[in-house]
Design a protein around this ligand. Structure first.
Ligand code: AMP
Ligand code: ZN
Ligand code: FE
Ligand code: FE
Length: 281
């Protein structure tokens, strides 16, 4: 019924926002959040499409990419006042840095004997925030690899020879950015963070207003969900989650709404935003 983590072509998702909303409606979902990397460019189209589907409510969201020394940390922001000019300027700057970083990865790949045209990467990014999945798609198209995950494993993963870091914001800065714009900040896919680093990170982030943590997530087995749920409860964090859907590609990838997130979570996020979730139909 609820999926709070979805990507569109505004970042590295495959589907247009309109199509993501249609598919969610067709599946009978009640609440979804569009959470593109460093971009809110897909929200207008998603919200417009949602008017055709009275049973479905859209939470405007974003996923901000940040780093700590040993792990990548993603912060989701819900109900941000995203039209704010300063906020948009910050996002545009992060997207510009993603563009340059993409070009540098293509250069590094060329030095490794893998020549992919930058134009193909841009083709796959389709005007949205450029990400490593677009580089991987161009490599796949050119036949250098046989799957997107192979690109990450051998070349553009964090420790790969063609990896280039993005302009970085700290996780606390991302939480603050969301809070400054009246949004609720949620730590995404916490299992990506090294075991011993999660609790100290949560201490830091709760000090600047972290509201929730993903608990239900693609591939998280019940024991892990239980463990994360206990941490969220103990800390008073809203247990959130979603599929992190990027589009109908890749074996084993889940579809929209295929991770069970309780409706209660959506109610709590609405309450934090000072709104009431009214479900019709
Ligand atoms: P970027 O934001 O450009 O650094 O790219 C990060 C995105 O790449 C993530 O949000 C995932 O969508 C994708 N990604 C990260 N690691 C992998 C992997 N091992 N296999 C496939 N996709 C991945
Ligand atoms: Zn992504
Ligand atoms: Fe993420
Ligand atoms: Fe994501």
């Amino acid at each position: 019924m609820v999926d709070l983590h979805l990507h569109t072509v505004a970042s590295d998702g495959v589907l247009r926002p309109r199509e993501v909303v249609r598919r969610a409606a067709r599946k009978g979902l009640r609440v979804i959040a569009i959470t593109d990397h460093d971009s809110t460019e897909g929200l207008a189209e998603a919200l417009a499409e949602a008017e055709q589907h009275p049973g479905l409510t859209i939470i405007p969201g974003i996923e901000l990419s940040t780093d700590i020394p040993r792990s990548e940390v993603h912060i989701l922001g819900y109900f941000i006042d995203y039209e704010n000019a300063g906020f948009q300027q910050t996002l545009a700057q992060f997207r510009a840095s993603r563009y340059q970083r993409g070009e540098r990865m293509v250069q590094k790949l060329a030095e490794l004997g893998i020549s992919i045209p930058w134009e193909r990467v841009l083709h796959f990014s389709d005007g949205g925030a450029v990400g490593r999945p677009h580089v991987a798609q161009a490599m796949l198209e050119a036949g250098y690899i046989s799957s997107v995950s192979e690109a990450f494993l051998r070349y553009i993963g964090r420790n790969g020879p063609a990896y280039v870091e993005r302009q970085k914001m700290t996780p606390a800065e991302a939480v603050s950015l969301v809070r400054e714009r009246s949004g609720s900040a949620v730590l995404a896919h916490p299992a990506d963070i090294d075991e011993g680093e999660l609790e100290p990170l949560l201490d830091d982030l709760q000090a600047v207003g972290l509201a929730g943590m993903e608990v239900h997530y693609q591939g998280y087995p019940p024991e892990l969900v239980g463990k994360l749920l206990a941490i969220a409860k103990r800390r008073g964090l809203v247990p959130c989650g979603g599929s992190d859907y990027h589009g109908p590609h890749g074996p084993g990838e889940l579809g929209i709404g295929e991770v069970d997130v309780p409706l209660e979570t959506a109610h709590r996020l609405f309450a934090l935003a000072g709104r009431r979730l009214e479900l019709t139909a």
